[in-house]
Design a protein around this ligand. Sequence first.
Ligand SMILES: [Zn+2]
Length: 56
Amino acid sequence: MSVVDKLKSVVTGDDSLDETRFECTDCGAEFGSYKEPKRVSCQECLSREVEPVTKA
Ligand SMILES: [Zn+2]
């Protein structure tokens, strides 16, 4: 798969079923969500200060 095709699959949401892991920078809780990163809030303390956890 070319880089362009890979970008297309991200933009078009072909991988939308992948759960993204997030970590709360306030309480340190880690959780999964299918939402867009900017719409995610911590499931423990409801903080909006969450960061996507980069997959290894
Ligand atoms: Zn939290």
